[in-house]
Ligand binder design. Structure first.
Ligand code: HPA
Length: 278
């Protein structure tokens, strides 16, 4: 049996008995956005460190657990804290949590992150719907033998972000009168923030926002047939676009400031996604 497949199966077997329900939607909470989970009654929690072989994040601001709860009556598993490639984990481990949530039964993946704005039409504090993505210098999570149980060897990536789910987020933002930007997310490895020249390169490639997560998870998730939705919190303008040096503290502070709006938008969108898709 393929070792990557086996590892996901082993993780699943070890937690199967602790799942309070089969989640419909998997929500990945990005840097500084993990507190969203605190507003919901916890119907079950699984610490990453209690799952055999599971990668545990080392980044401040990233807790490490799955939380099970209902958002607008939709059964949701939330990932409070994700694992990043720059932490040194193999790519197969970085996307393992997303694969595991699919194994739990999730059909929709809602990815969130904090990102730097590379487009001059973005400002710190904006929320950006991810329309498409670019993976830059980050290895594909699909390299290696294909796991046929999960998906095709050469999966189509022409609609990574589901058009119907994008409409659900747009409609939710309009109802809540929350301004919503849209754009292309580009993933670099990090962990250093980019140089100004790298940001010019990203812009030239067609990126609106840059970050260190998400695109690899989306590729692994699309391969497995998830329907995907992505939302970035623009925590800062990217390197070279302002005079202030970038810091993780600034990223967290902006995420904290935007958290109430972010939370409302995510919750409304989740309710609408379930109605639209079924
Ligand atoms: N660059 C890369 N990743 C980020 C940034 C950034 O400016 N802000 C938040 N995550």
């Amino acid at each position: 049996m393929d070792p990557v497949y086996k590892k996901v199966e082993r993780c699943y077997q070890s937690i199967q008995g602790n799942l309070p329900f089969v989640p419909y939607l998997a929500l990945v909470l990005g840097s500084g956005l993990g507190d969203l989970a605190d507003g919901y009654p916890c119907e079950g929690a699984i610490e990453y460190q209690d799952i055999e072989g599971f990668p545990v994040s080392t980044v401040p601001g990233h807790k490490g657990r799955f939380i099970f709860t209902h958002v607008e009556d939709v059964p949701v598993v939330m990932m409070q804290g994700r694992v990043h490639y720059y932490e040194g984990y193999p790519m197969a481990d970085v996307v393992l949590p997303v694969r595991l949530m699919r194994r739990m039964g999730a059909e929709v993946l809602f990815l969130t992150n904090a990102a730097g704005g590379a487009s001059y039409s973005l400002a710190a504090g904006d929320l950006m719907l991810i329309k498409d993505q670019i993976s830059c210098f980050v290895p594909s999570p699909l390299i290696g033998p294909n796991v046929e149980e999960w998906g095709a060897r050469f999966p189509d990536m022409s609609h990574i972000y589901d058009p119907e789910l994008m409409d659900a987020v747009r409609e939710s933002a309009a109802e809540l009168q929350i301004g919503l930007k849209e754009g292309v997310y580009l993933q670099l490895t990090g962990p250093a923030y980019e140089s100004p020249a790298e940001i010019r390169m990203c812009r030239g490639l067609g990126a609106d926002a840059v970050g260190m997560s998400t695109a690899c998870e989306a590729v692994a998730a699309r391969h497995m047939g998830y329907r995907i939705c992505g939302l970035s919190c623009i925590s800062n303008l990217a390197s070279g676009m302002t005079d202030t040096p970038l810091s993780h503290k600034e990223v967290q502070e902006t995420a904290d400031r935007v958290a109430p709006l972010f939370k409302q938008l995510v919750a409304r969108s989740i309710g609408k996604i379930k109605l639209k898709v079924n």
